[in-house]
Unconditional design. Structure first.
Length: 146
């Protein structure tokens, strides 16, 4: 019965190393296309999942998935650079004009943090990611389940 209670999981050092590599691959100053970033992230994720596939890490994978997607959205938001471009690009994604400028003003004056964006704007950014990035990010949580 003690064998059933024990669940192998990655060491915190391994998780920290994965996070450091993920941050390096999603760095805003790295001048490569988003498609290339996704390709490299997929290589990292697949290798990590294959190495730790016997472990029990569902919650960890879900948290890391969210972190990766957040950083990719941040890369897109920062690529748009100016408030005017951000508003224009959001309006091209069918965000109403008033909502686009509201989000730009909120992130400009109150917080430079992408986590403060409205959920509607985040959903539109996800649609933009699907259109512009030809390959998708390999999901840690889906890979760990299967």
């Amino acid at each position: 019965s003690s064998a059933k209670a024990y669940k192998a999981k990655p060491h915190p050092k391994a998780v920290a190393k994965f996070k450091a590599q993920m941050k390096k691959l999603t760095c805003r100053s790295w001048g490569v296309s988003n498609a290339y970033k996704v390709q490299k992230l997929n290589q990292l994720i697949r290798g990590w999942i294959n190495y730790f596939k016997i472990g029990s890490m569902r919650g960890l994978c879900e948290r890391l998935d969210g972190n990766i997607r957040y950083r990719l959205r941040m890369c897109i938001w920062k690529h748009w650079k100016t408030p005017k471009n951000r508003a224009k690009n959001l309006m091209e994604l069918d965000v109403p004009r008033w909502a686009a400028f509201k989000e730009v003003v909120i992130t400009l004056y109150f917080s430079r943090d992408l986590r403060r964006l409205n959920i509607q704007v985040i959903l539109h950014l996800l649609v933009y990611m699907k259109k512009t990035v030809p390959c998708t990010v390999f999901s840690l949580s889906h890979a760990q389940r299967g």
